[in-house]
Ligand binder design. Structure first.
Ligand code: BES
Ligand code: MN
Ligand code: ZN
Length: 512
């Protein structure tokens, strides 16, 4: 998929065959059956075409409701250039209405079999935020609609014909729209990597596969990658991570990524991603129904890799460390038993009451390891608890943080790219639920507040460093017949970094 921005005057007089021009229309208010209203781009084209577009709209029965669409091609050949009208609803429609309209436009363009789409639509919806926002969201929405994962289908569905989307904007908007397009396209690449990895089955996407992917990514973009294997993990003392892996045939791996786009003296941000390539629950085995979905239990790891891809694409001037503890959680004769006690890397002893609460075990060793980079902040991403899905459903990622400013930044970034998160507390009062009976800490806190007690467990290992935890159990993938990954929260995290970089650039400009 290719995205580009051109000024409206750059619309070629004669469109290539297979191209479609997408214009927005507003729902007419008042009178029933009134035809929708053309906006800027559409009105200009209409004038050039002696009112043919208005004529078509009049007899089309279209109302202009959000996502409604009609195709009009003056010629006869289906492949010839034509016009796609897409409803934007009323002028007071919000961000979601805009995104829905773009999704409908892309879907319709694909249905028609268009190979290129020239979109007036995005510049036309001028009442919704700014053009940079609209372009970036349109890129994200289009890529989401067009995403396919067909690696294991013998018969591929017809290749998505739509190859290129061109946003047409006003001359003065060109520069900001272009950089928004570049940002969006880089996010899309990171999202695609995260989605592909998550959709791979667990017999392909093993800890070794995650490690190999990390190495290739680092090689491709010229940053550093280390992979620690079993022996090294034993030597380091990552016994909590090892306890998760010990019932599996697949060996664990601990992946360390170093991206150094910033100044040498600048403290890094550390991103930690849960990489459980399959979560059977271990001896505390899960029920059979939907257990296949536990191949997605490495989506935290995938989002770290995706984020690094986006950041490297944009060559952001920032220092990052990525940590991925990867293991498979399986039950065999050597598996960890409920009640087993291990000493984690930090020295804290853990009573493993439930082997299905494995995410926090491998994360706690990664978090303890993260401290050695004296990071500016630590952010972990994990499909950590079913309780978070119960609390927030599939709409919002659960956000937990020890630092209010960091939490606010992440929430704002998520709202900006509509990759939403909602904050839950990590108050001290919850900590007593996970005090250990026979060891320092227990890995479960009972039925109540499961997402929070999981976060409280992690907090014990981060200690005084500003920290945020994203529980993506409900948002990293969709269930049901169309099950599959979403790529969340790569967009949220990328936006967070983009805004940090922009804010810093401004500070420096204003420095004496
Ligand atoms: N990977 C799961 C969390 C999960 C559950 C993600 C459902 C997505 C959908 C995690 O390892 C887990 O099993 N958590 C347990 C913790 C419990 C045993 C304390 C859970 O949430 O049930
Ligand atoms: Mn589990
Ligand atoms: Zn898990």
């Amino acid at each position: 998929m290719e995205f580009d921005v051109r000024s409206t005057s750059g619309l070629p007089g004669k469109l290539p065959s297979g191209a479609v021009v997408v214009v927005g229309v507003l729902e007419a208010d008042g009178k029933a059956k009134a035809p929708p209203r053309l906006l800027r781009g559409g009105a200009r084209l209409d004038a050039l075409l002696d009112g043919k577009l208005t004529e078509f709209l009049l007899q089309s029965g279209m109302r202009g409701k959000v996502g409604e669409s009609r195709f009009y091609h003056p010629g006869l050949a289906v492949s010839a250039a034509g016009f796609l009208f897409v409803g934007l609803g009323k002028e007071d429609g919000g961000e979601k209405a805009f995104v829905d309209a773009v999704r409908a436009a892309v879907r319709a363009a694909r249905e028609i079999g268009a190979r290129e789409a020239f979109l007036f639509l995005v510049a036309e919806a001028h009442w919704i935020l700014d053009v940079a926002w609209r372009v970036r969201q349109a890129v994200l929405a289009a890529a989401d609609v067009l995403y396919r994962f067909e690696r294991f289908k013998s018969e591929k569905k017809e290749k998505p014909a739509l190859k290129k989307i061109i946003f047409l904007v006003g001359e003065q908007e060109l520069a900001v729209a272009q950089s928004a397009c570049v940002e969006g396209a880089a996010m899309v690449e990171g999202i695609r990597l995260a989605r592909d990895l998550g959709n791979l089955p667990a017999n392909v996407c093993t800890p070794a596969h995650l490690a190999q992917t990390a190495r290739e990514l680092a090689g491709e973009h010229g940053f550093k990658c280390q992979v620690f294997e079993q022996k090294k993990l034993e030597k380091l003392g990552m016994r909590a991570l090892l306890a998760v892996a010990q019932g599996a045939r697949e060996a664990p791996a601990f992946i360390v990524l170093h991206y150094t786009g910033g100044k040498a003296e600048e403290k890094p941000l550390v991103f930690v991603g849960k990489g459980v390539t399959f979560d059977s629950g271990g001896i505390s085995i899960k029920p059979a129904a939907d257990m296949d979905e536990m191949k997605y239990d490495m989506c935290g790891a995938a989002s770290v890799l995706g984020l690094f891809k986006t950041v490297a694409r944009l060559a952001l001037p920032i220092n990052l460390v990525g940590l991925i503890p990867a293991a498979e959680n399986m039950p065999d004769g050597g598996a960890t038993r409920p009640g087993d006690i291990v000493t984690s890397l930090s020295g804290t002893t853990i009573e493993i009451l439930n082997t299905d609460a494995e995410g926090r075990l491998l994360l706690c060793d990664a978090l303890a390891y993260a401290r050695r980079f004296t990071p500016e902040a630590i952010i972990d991403i994990a499909t950590l608890t079913g309780a978070c899905v119960v609390a927030l459903g599939h709409v919002a990622t659960g956000l937990f943080a020890s630092d209010d400013a960091l939490a606010a930044e992440l929430l704002a970034a998520g709202e900006r790219v509509r990759d939403l998160a909602w904050r839950l507390p990590v108050w001290e009062e919850y900590q007593e639920l996970i005090n250990g009976r026979f060891a320092d800490v227990a890995n479960t806190g009972g039925r109540h507040a499961g997402a929070i007690t999981a976060a409280c467990f992690l907090a014990r290992f981060v200690k005084d460093i500003p920290w945020a935890h994203l529980d993506i159990a409900g948002t990293a993938w969709k269930s049901g017949p169309q099950k599959g990954t979403t790529g969340r929260p790569v967009a949220l995290l990328a936006q967070f970094l983009l805004e940090r970089v922009a804010a810093r650039a401004q500070d420096q400009e204003h420095a004496p």
